[in-house]
Design a protein around this ligand. Sequence first.
Ligand SMILES: [Zn+2]
Length: 309
Amino acid sequence: MVGVAGFEPATTRTPSVCATRLRHTPTQAATIYLCSWQDHTRVRMTVRMTRTNRIAIVIVAIAAMVTIRAALPHVSAAETAAETAKLEVAGGKIEVVFTPSDYKLSREAILAWIERSADAVSTYYGRFPVHRYRITIFAAPDRHGVMSGTTWGFGGAHSRIILGVDTRQSELDNDWVMTHEMVHLAFPSVTRDHHWIEEGIATYVEPIARAEIGNYPVSQVWQDLVVGLPKGMPTKDDAGLDHTPTWGRTYWGGAMFCLLADVGIRRSTHNRYGLADALRGILAAGEISKLNGRSSARSKLPTRQSECR
Ligand SMILES: [Zn+2]
């Protein structure tokens, strides 16, 4: 279902630090935002805004930008020499950006892993969650495996994946991270205290989506739930998922919510519907919201940012 258009030079975007914005507040303070294009490092500073220190504020902003760039020399160099590949998936286009590296695996093997993950998510949701998506693959020298993933909604849906250069094929075959990140694309941003629902959905849906395409044994899905869900149980004096941002409560507590929701929907509809139908409805509602021009509605946006396990 996915076609590879081949590699081509990436469009070089410099400088690495792309945005510096001054935002005035009613309290005569200025908030300065710095954001790196490449790895989305964000710095926010708030200073008092008076006539005499405006120049100083600008100097500080420039100095901070230079400092960030100096701290990320590898990022700028990597960006300059990056290469990209384009994939077409069910209802979406994916741009994959590779920073320079000497992976033991071929680019084709890495792209096949991304395609398979997209296939799993598309199968679960009925289509790929977003029309355009960019993945930047950063190399981790002397490491193997998929080290981490982070997904953003603002500035266009995109993910950063840290991949060990010594990664083996079996590690990609058994990887969950890429599918997990793509699941995040199908759910809107929520406030920080509701972050558990973002990670809970990704934790619960990812193995099911992979099982649906035969990439993960169904028996293993159930076994993972048996082993994992107790990690999401509340401890004494737990204040609820909204107020207990621990790893266990966020990921597995959220997954437990999803399992209960799935079972509840199936019971009440005589197994006609399940959580997947509700999540597809949320995804469709985002599209309807876009068509209606509700540009300020947070609900239409993919997840804000999700730094995953
Ligand atoms: Zn996540």
